[in-house]
Design a protein around this ligand. Structure first.
Ligand SMILES: [Zn+2]
Length: 339
């Protein structure tokens, strides 16, 4: 769906609606600060329906319904006049939106200087495109409408000294629709509640960013934060930003998770302490006794070992108490120890 865009890229007005040469009708004359801004661009994809040679006037009709500055949809037919050269234009010729297709000039119609005369008809072109009004004593476009209700200025248009009317900017105009899917309240995440109707929801966090629609009322999880153009911006869904103002939204910061409490060591009561000391001392004494006993056993064993070692040193020594032969008989595996 195309938005209907003004054909000029520098917006300043030399003759307004209903005044002077526009008495009785809402046409507008646009002026210019330098030659570059004398270029005029196709407001939408459209087709040339009629050429009025005395002024090199061109009736240009949209091929499809377009989005109007007032948020409605309709076909639109615009009338541009006074170009000095329309050799590129003929009835049936089509131009794409944004295409440089016309030039300001001062051809015919009592023009006193280079400008663009611009008028708008609601709907498709029909009949002659205009009719003669004997009261106004001039030709008036069929179903003439005020241009500020119909066309918006493009995002790259420079605003001049005399814009005069409440023009809408391309990025400000959107389908009259609501976007966003509210969620349930959740204390564990940052949330924001939109409670004002018709809150603009923009594609980026900037007052110049394109408006996609109005945010549906309700609670959203905050999925982004930015500061720009004097606002705090919250992203309620990917590529959907709302400017924050407490009149418009309410913030619900997530609930802090409770910190796990360190388990304190139970402080022993004085009585318990004394009891504990007593027990430990008793235990200590028992262990000391045990050690003492083991040391004694150890000592005895060591002595026994020494004794056994000494046995290796023994030589067969026998001191007889009288002369004679002594017979000792051993069985297999028996050891003879003589002290
Ligand atoms: Zn005019």
């Amino acid at each position: 769906m195309q938005k209907a865009l003004l054909p000029v890229r520098y917006l300043t007005i030399s003759t307004g609606m209903y005044e002077l040469s526009h008495t009785g009708e809402p046409s507008i004359d646009f002026a210019w600060p330098n030659a570059e801004y004398q270029k005029c661009y196709a407001p939408f994809d459209g087709i040339v329906k009629k050429i009025y040679e005395p002024t090199n006037g061109v009736f240009f009709e949209s091929k499809e319904p377009v989005l109007w500055a007032d948020g409605t949809y309709n076909y639109m037919t615009v009338y541009l006049a006074h170009s000095n050269d329309i050799s590129n234009i003929y009835v049936g010729k089509e131009f794409k939106q944004g295409e440089y297709f016309y030039h300001m000039g001062n051809k015919g119609g009592g023009s006193t200087g280079v400008h663009l005369h611009f008028g708008v008809s609601a709907g498709k072109f029909y009949g002659d495109g205009w009719y003669y009004d004997p009261n106004a004593q001039r030709w008036i476009l069929n179903d003439a409408v005020e241009p500020p209700t119909a066309l918006m200025y493009s995002n790259d248009t420079v605003l001049g000294d005399d814009t005069r009317y409440n023009w809408k900017k391309e990025s400000e105009v959107h389908e009259d629709k609501y976007v966003g899917t509210p969620v349930a309240r959740n204390e564990n995440v940052d949330q924001i509640e939109v409670y004002v109707d018709m809150l603009n929801c923009r594609k980026e966090p900037s007052i110049n960013a394109e408006v996609e629609g109005y945010a549906n009322l309700g609670i959203y999880n905050v999925c982004g934060y930015a500061e720009a153009d004097g606002y705090a911006w919250y992203s309620i869904e990917p590529n959907r930003w709302v400017a924050h103002n407490k009149e418009w939204e309410h913030l619900y910061p997530k609930k802090e998770q409770p910190q796990p409490e360190p388990t304190p060591e139970p402080t022993p009561q004085p009585d318990d302490k004394d009891k504990k000391i007593e027990e430990l001392e008793k235990e200590n004494q028992e262990l000391k006794d045990k050690i003492s006993l083991l040391e004694k056993e150890n000592k005895a064993l060591k002595e026994e070992i020494e004794e056994l070692k000494k046995q290796d040193d023994y030589k067969f020594t026998y001191i007889a108490d009288h002369d004679g032969f002594y017979k000792i008989e051993l069985f297999k595996g028996e050891t003879l120890i003589i002290k």
